[in-house]
Write a protein that binds this ligand. Structure first.
Ligand code: PXL
Length: 285
């Protein structure tokens, strides 16, 4: 069992917690998307605001449909919380369509989220569920590449997403590095290429790269079928730590320890893949 991740410090005034924003889709099965984010954020001690982008119909076996939220309503949710509650960092997950990506990019640019703005932006470029069900319209890939990734403080694709975004098939260290460079070339400040889906490996090497820095965290793969929401949970850990003012490499060190512990505590539900489980944090597992 891995070491317990360090506690994030409490808010300076001891009363108002650090706040973050997740811009993401709902998972009716409670394992990924907004639900994964909210569970982890709560247990990491940060207050999470939510801009809902889509409502998916899914259970442990897969996604059978979804309804997008009107892009103006997505933009309004972001503006409403950022201008009142204030946030230390934001995260994107499922964005469903070109219209929603455009609304998110415009609003984030206005509000200083990502890019050269003061609020870090974690872009988890969600394209499909773990079962391969699409969560992003095919034509929206260009918007992901051309307008959202250039605003990312850190972009966090898995290997399937890397292939769709960069065309690079990551099979080892060299191709992983080439893929990270391709993501930096798109304009991301940091690229995290997650190795969890590497074939024929009992390790999960995650490579974090910027133009002048890098960090490789190579851990043993946790052998579980119940890893639904793992990518969301890692990105939530990054977002929480960035909101506390940690650097991107420090945030990754925290987030990787967090998701590893959540994978170790994952449980089966339904007939398919169960969720990663941040409830270990309160000793329920
Ligand atoms: O884990 C990626 C993800 C994000 N958001 C939603 C999802 C999924 C995967 O199924 O359903 C809503």
């Amino acid at each position: 069992m891995s070491a317990r991740p360090p506690l994030l410090p409490t808010a300076p005034d001891g009363q108002t917690p650090v706040r973050v924003l997740t811009i993401a889709g709902s998972d009716s099965g409670g394992g990924a998307g907004i639900q994964a984010d909210m569970r982890s954020f709560a247990l990491m001690g940060v207050h999470a605001c939510v801009a809902v982008t889509a409502v998916t119909v899914q259970n442990s076996r897969g996604v059978t449909g979804y309804q997008e939220i009107d892009s103006d309503i997505v933009a309004d949710q972001i503006r409403a919380v950022v201008t009142d509650i204030g946030i230390g960092a934001a995260k994107t997950g499922m964005l469903a369509s070109s219209a929603i990506i455009e609304a998110v990019v415009t609003t984030c640019t206005d509000l200083g989220i990502g890019g050269d703005g003061p609020i870090p932006l974690v872009v988890d470029p969600v394209c499909a569920s773990m079962h391969g069900d699409p969560l992003l319209a095919a034509e929206a890939l260009d918007d992901l590449r051309g307008s959202l990734i250039p605003r990312a403080t850190v972009v966090t694709p898995n290997l399937d997403e890397v292939r769709l975004i960069t065309g690079i098939d990551v099979v080892g260290a060299q191709t992983q590095r080439a893929a990270a460079h391709a993501l930096l070339d798109l304009g991301a400040r940091w690229a995290l290429v997650k190795g969890g889906h590497l074939r024929n490996s009992d390790h999960s090497p995650d490579l974090l790269l910027s133009v002048d820095d890098e960090l490789l965290i190579d851990t043993e793969r946790i052998d579980t079928e119940h890893d639904h929401g793992a990518g969301d949970t890692l990105a939530a850990g990054l977002t929480a730590a960035l909101a506390h003012g940690y650097s991107v490499p420090q945030a990754l060190t925290f987030a990787k320890a967090w998701v590893t512990r959540c994978l170790e505590a994952a449980y089966p539900i339904g007939g398919g893949h169960g969720p990663v489980n941040p409830l270990w944090r309160v000793g329920s597992t």
